[in-house]
Design a protein around this ligand. Structure first.
Ligand SMILES: C[S@@+](CC[C@H](N)C(=O)[O-])C[C@H]1O[C@@H](n2cnc3c(N)ncnc32)[C@H](O)[C@@H]1O
Length: 286
């Protein structure tokens, strides 16, 4: 143990950090995120009602479980649109590829691919909590028309519908703000289970974005009863996938880039944590 950091926690590059500061921000007075387009074009929420509707849904979801991504309205982002490979992925789903949004919560990305023309029969969402997936219907007002299937499952449960039915069947897994919710060892386990859902065909892919820290470290969340997670940087994230490849005897191409969270000052997070966003595309080679 040095500086409060123990090796079992992962390849930490800095002592554990305490997640003080804002994990639940003031109610929005304006909705500018990309999901606004979905709410107006797909859900037919009148423009004048979008703000109130979004605020009400955020608060209902936060009562289910206080994920910072809910408290901070990150579900209004449509992360896949930031990836250069999105058009290609969308075309592949239109041609029959199976797409899963893993840890989907409200499942905004599921709505985006369907709004962009993906056949609902090829589109799936999975989450530990069916409450979140049901709240997705309430947020997007589309239970009668969506057509995508949602699968309530714990990624760690080998008897779950996700693990038993979808083993080796998925071509594209989107997983944003998902792999950053556990400590190092459990994240490796989650990553292996995600890979086991992928088709063994070269080209099947896991992509997403998550919060990281410039110097990788354990981060403790007092507001979630002291729950902790390992926040990665590109070096540790690649190292984690090296372990996955070695243990599973497979080859992956791991691409990861880092960006700085532009509004972290406004969130009042501890300066020393230097929060980032990691953007990753992990493609099966063999
Ligand atoms: C931080 S939220 C991110 C939600 C969404 N992907 C987003 O970016 O808006 C993490 C999600 O993972 C789900 N989750 C947590 N543990 C899980 C598990 N063991 N199996 C499946 N989903 C899980 C949570 O219920 C939650 O919806």
């Amino acid at each position: 143990m040095a500086d409060g950091y123990s090796k079992e926690d992962g390849p930490g590059e800095a002592p554990p950090g305490m997640m003080g500061g804002l994990i639940y921000c003031d109610a929005l007075t304006e909705v500018t995120g990309r999901a606004r387009n979905i709410l107006e074009k797909w859900s037919d929420v009148p423009a004048s009602e979008v703000v109130e509707h979004v605020n009400e849904m955020r608060d209902r979801a936060y009562k289910v479980f206080p994920w910072p991504s809910i408290g901070l309205y990150q579900f209004l982002s449509i992360y896949m649109l930031d990836f250069d490979c999105y058009p290609e992925i969308l075309e592949s789903i239109k041609k029959g590829a199976f797409f899963l949004d893993l840890g989907c919560c409200f499942a905004q990305e599921v709505r985006q691919v369907i709004l962009d023309g993906a056949p609902p029969a090829n589109v799936f969402g999975a989450d530990l909590s069916s409450d979140f997936m049901n709240l997705g219907y309430d947020l997007f007002l589309d239970q009668d028309k969506l057509g995508a299937r949602f699968i309530q499952s714990d990624i760690f449960d080998d008897q779950s519908a996700l693990r038993t039915e979808f083993h080796g069947r998925l071509d594209v897994i989107h997983a944003s703000n998902f792999f950053h919710v556990w400590e190092w060892g459990k994240t490796i386990e989650a990553a292996k289970h995600a890979v086991s859902l992928l088709s063994s065909k070269p080209g099947s892919v896991i992509l997403g974005t998550q919060v990281g820290t410039k110097r990788a470290r354990k981060v403790i969340f007092p507001h979630m009863k002291g729950r902790s997670a390992f926040f990665q940087n590109p070096t540790t994230w690649k190292r984690l996938w090296d372990v996955v490849q070695q243990d599973m005897g497979i080859q992956l191409d791991v691409q990861v880039t880092e960006s700085y969270i532009p509004d972290k000052d406004e969130f009042q997070w501890p300066e020393e944590l230097e929060f980032t966003r990691l953007h990753f595309v992990i493609t099966r080679v063999s």
